[in-house]
Design a protein around this ligand. Structure first.
Ligand code: PLP
Length: 391
């Protein structure tokens, strides 16, 4: 059945006048759960051999987690708290990978008590901690791979270099630990599928070492997805009959386009005038906003006014500031039509790495989250989520 996508923006159009009438200035998200469902369907078509373990860090909204859980995905957790979260909605330990290579000892012990066995490592100290806290863990050796094709690099901080792989596996063997396979992450916002090909080939080298004592049968291709060319590289290095189970840790893929954020313009400051030839004067707009925008490149987000704008209206060179007293809270420099206090700005594709990173710094309220879903998807997934709106 092809679900009808509710248009999250229609809901925003309904909501903004209400908020406005009630004088609300609090930013809000609208998350479209049908979009998460659609992404899952697309994943199954494009990468049928790869089981997704959704990266909770990316967007830990409970409705998102419940939707993915109902669809049967696993979960990549980075801490005790994230493990608690997914287990609280009924996810079983076999569907969890503790995918952080540097873990607090107490979190390792917690994973052990909960039966969460799959975890990653990339250094010897971690192996010693795992020996103490979870000696029966099923380990994945995370290797550092080329992340030059990604906007958010991860290989400087995480992953064993290929030169250290042999000694790490030897050490794991001496400690009587069970290494089941290899993981990598090409970095978030990967723009070229060739990065996966290179990484899969490097993972294959590790499998090829055929170390005595280990039966490697698990490959974890991490996150960062665009997905291009991936299936081909898997078929070349880990064909379906290789006996290797392939999993992944996608985050952004499932949620970024599912969420739109509405921001209230609650202050405005005219800064200086430009000559007429440059179309207008400069304005600074202060928005009720989340902070985490700063970490991602401006090109990821496009801001547009909620009100309809005539093509003939002049645009002003504007600086969009967040609400706090911190001058680092500069969100974006952009040409905008005239906006007044009380107007709203919409930002699309903000489902990834904004909600868990939002802050109430300076005492500003975090955005409210509204969720929309069609009745078909709601029923099909038997979603037990409060505060849903039906699209
Ligand atoms: N797995 C790990 C270990 C990560 O660090 C991240 C992101 O930082 C992810 C998965 C998810 O990556 P993405 O959202 O780019 O798919």
């Amino acid at each position: 059945m092809k679900p009808q996508l509710p248009w999250g923006r229609l809901y925003i159009t309904k909501l903004i006048p209400n908020n406005y009438l009630q004088g609300s200035e609090v930013p809000f998200y609208v998350g479209n759960l049908d979009s998460v469902f659609e992404k899952h369907q697309k994943w199954q078509t494009l990468l049928p051999r790869v089981t997704p373990f959704y990266a909770v860090k990316c967007n830990n909204n409970l409705a998102v987690l419940r939707t993915l859980s109902a669809l049967g995905t696993g979960f990549d957790c980075a801490s005790k708290r994230e493990i608690e979260m997914v287990m609280s909605i009924g996810v079983t330990p076999d569907k969890i990978i503790y995918a952080h290579t540097t873990k607090p000892q107490s979190h390792i012990r917690y994973a052990c008590t909960q039966g969460v066995d799959m975890m990653t490592f990339d250094n010897e100290e971690e192996l010693l901690k795992i020996t103490r806290g979870h000696p029966n863990a099923k380990l994945l050796l995370r290797i550092a791979v080329d992340d030059s094709k990604s906007q958010v690099k991860l290989s400087t901080k995480f992953g064993a270099t290929l030169g250290t792989v042999g000694s790490l596996l030897k050490r794991a063997h001496e400690l009587d630990l069970d290494v089941k396979g290899v993981s990598f992450h090409v970095g978030s916002l990967c723009t070229d599928g060739v990065a996966y090909r290179w990484a899969i080939e490097e993972a294959h080298h590790v499998f090829e070492q055929r170390l005595i004592g280990f039966h490697l049968d698990l490959l974890d291709i991490g996150g960062g997805f665009s997905g291009h060319g991936l299936e081909m590289a898997l078929d070349e290095f880990f064909p379906a009959d290789s006996g290797v189970r392939v999993i992944a840790e996608p985050g952004r893929y499932f949620v970024d386009s599912a969420f739109t954020l509405a921001l209230n313009v609650f202050a405005r400051k005219k800064v200086w005038s430009l000559p007429i030839s440059q179309k207008g004067s400069s304005k600074e707009l202060l928005l009720s906003c989340v902070w985490s925008f700063k970490i991602y490149p401006d090109t990821l987000f496009s801001l547009r006014p909620h009100r309809s704008v005539e093509s003939t209206e002049p645009r002003y060179q504007s600086v969009i500031w967040g609400p706090t007293c911190d001058s680092a809270d500069r969100i974006m420099d952009v040409w905008m039509p005239e906006l007044n206090i009380g107007d709203w700005i919409l930002v699309d594709n903000v489902g990834a790495y904004t909600i868990p990173m939002s802050t109430d710094f300076n005492g500003f309220e975090k955005p409210t989250i509204y969720l929309v879903v069609t009745p078909q998807i709601w029923k099909m997934l038997n979603l037990k989520v409060s505060n849903l709106r039906f699209g």
